[in-house]
Structure formats: structure tokens, C-alpha cells
Design a protein around this ligand. Structure first.
Ligand code: MN
Length: 133
């Protein structure tokens, strides 16, 4: 058994760049083991991932707040604390905070994550309205 104290988590405050838009506070909950990576990510309002997919799928456990998620070709959905999401292998999607709320989730990612293009402000603003209905 290994207990990993918070001070040992590989946190990157306010990370932005080729994976996230806006301010997010991710930390690695458990280093990658046998193709399984567990990260907890705090999204500020409107912050979100880039489009991406997971080789063998991903489980999201929403711990706090309210956020948005969209699979390519599908509607934007509101996600809330207590929700569990399964993103199947290879399905392109993004997830993040809602326009007016933080959102914290633990992400259990299976296999390699393939990162793609940014979710633009126009895309996010258009779909966020849809997601609020
Ligand atoms: Mn994902």
C-alpha cells in the first residue's frame, strides 16, 4: 500500500497550453500505473480541456460544482457533483467548468490520451447556452 500525501502530488497551478483553455488546477492523484492515470482537476468557470480522446476510455467522477461535457457530434451536457461519466475508447470529447461555476472531477484515464484542437470561445459560448437548457 502507498499513501500519497497532497504535497507530493504533481500540481501545476493555473495550467494552460496545449491541453487546457483557461485556468485549471490539475494534480496527479496517482502516477500512471499499467496504463491507468488518475488526475484530479479543478476547472475555473469557462475553463475546459481541448478536444481529445482516450485510447481505452475514461471515467470521470464529478466531485464538486457544475460543468459541461460534449462528445463530438452530440449535445453539450451539464454535469454535476455526484455524476459518473464513461467516455468510451476513442470518442472525441471535451469537459470543463460551466460558464458560472467551478467544476472538480477525478479523471481515471485508460491508455494514451490523444490531444487535438482547442475548444474555441465561439464553440464554448454557443454550446454552453445549449447546455443550460
Ligand atoms: Mn477526457
Amino acid at each position: 500500500m502507498i499513501i500519497i500525501p497532497p504535497k507530493n502530488h504533481a500540481g501545476i497551478a493555473g495550467k494552460a497550453g496545449s491541453q487546457f483553455t483557461g485556468s485549471v488546477f490539475p494534480y496527479m492523484t496517482m502516477p500512471s500505473t499499467d496504463g491507468v492515470t488518475i488526475n484530479t482537476v479543478n476547472f475555473t468557470p469557462c475553463a475546459r480541456t481541448y478536444w481529445h480522446s482516450h485510447e481505452n476510455g475514461q471515467i470521470l467522477l464529478v466531485l464538486a460544482g457544475r460543468g459541461l461535457i460534449q462528445a463530438e457530434g452530440g449535445p453539450v451536457r451539464v454535469i454535476r457533483a455526484g455524476d459518473t461519466i464513461w467516455a468510451p475508447p476513442g470518442e472525441r470529447h471535451w469537459h470543463g467548468g460551466s460558464p458560472d461555476s467551478f467544476m472538480t472531477h477525478t479523471a481515471i484515464s485508460l491508455g494514451v490520451t490523444a490531444w487535438a484542437e482547442e475548444v474555441t470561445d465561439d464553440q464554448f459560448n454557443a454550446v454552453a447556452t445549449e447546455g443550460e437548457r
